[in-house]
Design a protein around this ligand. Structure first.
Ligand code: KG4
Ligand code: ZN
Length: 352
């Protein structure tokens, strides 16, 4: 048996978890900072970094305690070391180094985006390879081909906003609290998804990249009317105070239809491309905060069924940022000898 302690502090969640054999989460502690950032309408890096410092020790202690094992029974220490806010990442990286050094155990720096792809394997059998992967989070929207779980190759990514970012910006346009994603998901249930015909960006015919900024702008104009120029000032005709709940629900539902359409369209292109190259995927790995979205989940289930893909949709608790996905992915990385030494550094960008 192998137990790995994982630490995750890349953005605004302070998290720690213990995972057994890359599969079973023995504990999964997440201290969300949403309430610290809500009044600013987004994550404030300075506040996030400081909150991680205040919380990290207690979060790690609880994760170890709830796992039923002792700290010195951990076989390795893993940490999300990239990508993210640098002032947040360094807190987890420093904590993980201190633990690995004092316990004399291996240290693994894990890519947070790569770990999102692993989230659907927690509590499940390994996925048949090759796999097609989709990460939809607040900072990334990317498609991957995986020939093994430790080797994702990026096929496409967003050229502007991430899909979660678009959800959060549309949430702000509709006057919803941060983060807007889950609130739009709920509001859309009462709306008509055909009320507005928002644009679905296709880019070049064979592009596997995404673009969500045009959709965001279309929503802005639908909600506020066309901008009116008076002298140097640009003003909108109205704002969210002037909209009924029904109007907001219709915009939320129509936005969601367009956003999901864009994701599924590129996923289908990627699948067809790999198939035509003789590399037909056998499974579909999904991860990131937006994979908690009810409409996207339903559409992905249909997509996978139609193509006979073994779909790995994470449990809701593993969609958002968490440390179980970090500790889980660390198991096959450790097995492959991909450990780090104490020179491990926090890096703001992803390497996959
Ligand atoms: O993966 P994550 O926790 O953080 C990053 O690594 O970025 O993703 C956070 C994103 C936010 O943009 C949030 O609005 C979005 O996930 N999100 C959702 C839902 N729950 C969270 N978006 C749509 N529907 C949801 N149910
Ligand atoms: Zn994330």
């Amino acid at each position: 048996m192998m137990r790995i302690l994982g630490v995750e502090t890349s953005c605004d969640e302070t998290a720690a978890a213990v995972v057994r054999d890359g599969r079973d989460a023995l504990s999964n502690i997440i201290a969300s900072q949403d309430e610290l950032h809500v009044e600013y309408g987004g994550v404030v890096p300075e506040i996030a970094g400081r909150a991680h410092v205040e919380r990290i020790s207690a979060v790690v202690e609880r994760a170890v305690e709830e796992s039923g094992a002792a700290l010195d029974e951990m076989d390795a220490i893993a940490v999300g070391s990239r990508p993210g806010l640098i002032g947040s990442l360094v807190v987890g990286v420093a904590a993980a180094k201190a633990l690995a050094w004092s316990l004399g155990k291996p240290l693994l720096g894990v890519d947070h985006i790569h770990a999102h792809l692993y989230a659907g394997l927690l509590g499940a059998q390994p996925a048949p390879m090759p796999a097609l992967g989709l990460v939809v989070s607040g900072g990334h929207s990317s498609i991957y081909e995986l020939t093994s779980i430790i080797d994702p190759r990026r096929l496409g990514a967003t050229i502007d906003d991430a899909v979660g970012e678009a959800y959060d910006k549309v949430g702000a346009i509709l006057g919803l609290d941060y983060p807007g994603g889950p609130r739009i998901d709920a509001l859309a249930r009462d709306g008509d998804d055909r009320a507005f015909d928002f644009p679905v960006s296709r880019l070049d015919p064979d592009s596997l990249d995404f673009s969500f900024s045009g959709l965001k702008t279309a929503v802005l104009y639908a909600a506020r009317g066309a901008p009116v120029r008076s002298g140097r000032e640009v003003r909108f005709q109205r704002d969210h105070h002037d909209m009924s709940r029904e109007e907001k629900a219709n915009i939320a539902a129509s936005f969601q239809r367009a956003a999901c359409r864009a994701l599924l369209l590129k996923l289908d292109r990627a699948y067809s491309f790999l198939d035509s190259e003789g590399r037909r995927p056998r499974s579909l790995l999904i991860g990131g905060g937006v994979s908690a979205n009810s409409r996207l989940r339903a559409e992905l289930i249909r997509f996978a069924e139609e193509r006979n893909l073994d779909l790995r949709l994470p449990d809701l608790r593993y969609c958002l940022d968490n440390a179980a996905m970090i500790a889980g992915l660390a198991a096959p990385l450790l097995e492959a000898g991909r450990t780090d030494d104490l020179t491990l550094r926090a890096i703001p960008t992803t390497q996959c």
